[in-house]
Design a binder for this molecule. Structure first.
Ligand code: NAD
Length: 543
């Protein structure tokens, strides 16, 4: 980031800025001591000469961990170990595998403080946002722990010929899933997607982002404590463009979460090997405040929608579409709440928003705000970096007067920046919301839930939240979550979230008569009998 950038924006918009949250006595160094790092690092599959990769704690900029770097050869070893363990695991009854998830659920809730510290230390997010990850993972563990048997059990299907053909649809594990995850929700996106893969009978080779590998390694340790055979979950770390393709090269299925750009590359590599892939990618999500919305609730919801994890959330809102008749009033309430957010980096509850994760995120955020302001946008709240709080802090920022020529209008910022736009009709709002190639999440606010659902049905996003920011749809773990358009392929959660890790197998058993001429019928007579039979099946409403 150029200093000019933050200073220029700050000078143009002087003010007290967001208050700092009270600090707290616990330091990152005390919460993540070298002994913990060494213990967790032992879980990385890296066999050769130690080649260390360093991570930094975003809250303070201090050194956090040195971790072994895996090589492509290590990735191969990881797949061999995982493959060897997978057969015995798949042979267990589903309920035995599901019991591991339910024990993990309880352990996670009990030991949450350990992982909240790690998540905060590795990402810089505030503790309530780290807790969201615990919530999401516990919900997924409970859901698949309880519902996996129903999703995976053999299903009797109508056969080719009634009575004569007995058909069953069975689900077989893919084998070893290659799972590549980003840094922004390191607990949820490493283990949340791995849980259904495991309960479906697979092994997993996971490449978390190096910056947040400790959280994934902690989750692995806890799942092993809950009963998962240790070799079943391999963790490899290293440079994305080197280790990521190596994972795709060996996987029987690929589960990827990250940027749309990387997702396209992963999809092409998976396609070349004819293995399936689910891709959870970026977004430029919109929130619609209709004229009849409860403005206080919408303003509070917008704060959650835009600034959770400092906006580094794939389903967070970066475009706020507000009905013109309530726009000024809404904006006043939203801005007041935004300016009051307490920023801080203590390893405790008390701050409303934390830091960005890296200088890269700070640069993008600053560039988007700076360019927009130079081109005529107005900063309604925030608008500047806060180096007084930590190296990557940036204030929660509301922009007004953003036009399509500005990068912030259509590009994903992945930071705490939202632009406000006004509309006059529902049609206009829906068209504006649908005007990006992305289609991940959206949010609609109205006092009339039925109207909210009608508008929701017209939005081209994989999830829509009515009168909530994102947690209602994301937390509805029995229902699928994912992206349309450039936001991805496939879904996590619900039936799709587990069946993607399986191969369907149809076992059909023919009895009494073959599906061929018999009883002395010739081909022509057989065709006539079958033609009559087909007409009868339709008339009898067979499916
Ligand atoms: P990224 O694509 O740069 O990295 C994601 C992961 O892919 C990392 O582990 C990285 O090391 C790895 N990687 C990098 N290059 C690779 C390659 N060539 N082949 C295989 N793997 C490779 O994304 P990021 O910047 O770390 O994450 C932020 C992005 O993720 C944002 O766009 C965000 O919207 C998206 N995201 C989406 C969801 C969702 O559920 N849709 C959830 C979280 C984040």
């Amino acid at each position: 980031m150029s200093d000019l950038t933050a200073d220029a924006v700050a000078t143009e918009h002087p003010g007290a800025g967001n208050p700092a949250a009270p600090g707290g006595a616990r330091t990152v160094a005390a919460a993540v001591p070298p002994s913990l790092v060494a213990r967790l690092a032992a879980g990385v599959t890296a066999t050769g000469e130690p080649d260390l990769v360093e991570t930094v704690a975003p809250l303070t900029g201090e050194r956090l961990a040195s971790l072994p770097r895996s090589t492509p050869a290590d990735v191969e070893v990881a797949f061999q170990l995982a493959r060897r363990a997978q057969g015995a695991w798949a042979a267990l009854p589903v309920r035995r595998r599901a019991a591991v998830l339910l024990r993990f659920h309880d352990l996670l809730l009990k030991r949450q403080d350990e992982v909240l510290d790690l998540i905060q230390a590795e990402t810089g997010k505030a503790r309530p946002h780290a807790f969201e990850e615990v919530l999401a993972v516990a919900m997924a563990a409970r859901h698949y722990g309880r519902a996996a048997h129903g999703y995976l059990k053999d299903k009797r299907r109508g056969g080719a010929l009634p009575v004569l053909t007995h058909a069953v649809e069975a689900r077989r594990p893919k084998g070893v899933v290659g799972h590549i995850s980003p840094w922004n929700y390191p607990l949820e996106l490493s283990i949340g997607d791995a849980l259904p893969a495991f309960v479906a009978g697979n092994a997993v080779v996971n490449k978390p982002d190096t910056q947040t590998a400790l959280t994934a390694l902690w989750a692995r340790e806890l799942l092993v404590e809950a009963g998962l055979p240790a070799d079943l979950w391999q963790i490899v770390i290293g440079d994305g463009p080197v280790i990521g393709p190596a994972v795709v090269e060996h996987a029987d299925y690929v589960s990827f979460t990250g940027s749309t750009r990387t997702g396209r590359d992963v999809a092409q590599r998976a396609a070349a090997r004819l293995v399936g892939a689910s891709l959870e990618l970026g977004g430029k999500n919109a929130m619609l405040v209709l004229a009849d919305a409860d403005l206080d609730a919408a303003a509070a919801g917008a704060v959650r929608a835009c600034f959770s994890s400092a906006g580094q959330l794939c389903i967070s809102i970066e475009r706020l579409l507000v009905h013109r008749s309530v726009a000024d009033e809404f904006l006043e309430r939203f801005a007041a709440r935004t300016r009051a957010l307490r920023l801080g980096g203590g390893l405790a509850y008390g701050a409303d928003m934390g830091s960005l994760v890296s200088v890269r995120q700070l640069e993008t955020t600053t560039r988007h705000v700076e360019e927009a302001v130079k081109a005529g946008a107005t900063v309604v709240a925030g608008g500047r970096a806060r180096p007084d709080l930590g190296p990557f802090f940036f204030e929660p920022t509301i922009l007004d007067g953003v036009t399509p020529d500005m990068a912030v209008c259509a590009e994903e910022t992945f930071g705490p920046v939202v632009s406000v736009y006004r509309f006059d009709t529902d049609e206009e709002a829906v068209a504006a919301a649908n005007s990006t190639p992305y289609g991940l999440n959206s949010s609609v606010w109205t006092r009339n839930p039925r109207r909210g659902r009608t508008v929701a049905a017209r939005l081209r996003t994989g999830t829509v939240n009515v009168n909530e920011a994102y947690a209602a749809a994301y937390g509805s773990v029995a229902s699928p979550m994912g992206g349309m358009g450039d936001s991805g392929l496939g879904r996590r959660h619900g039936a799709e979230g587990i069946l993607r890790f399986t191969e369907a197998q149809t076992i059909a058993t023919q009895r009494l008569l073959p599906i061929a001429p018999s009883f002395g019928l010739d081909d022509k007579q057989f065709a006539a009998v079958m033609t009559g039979g087909l007409r009868a099946l339709k008339a009898l409403r067979f499916k």
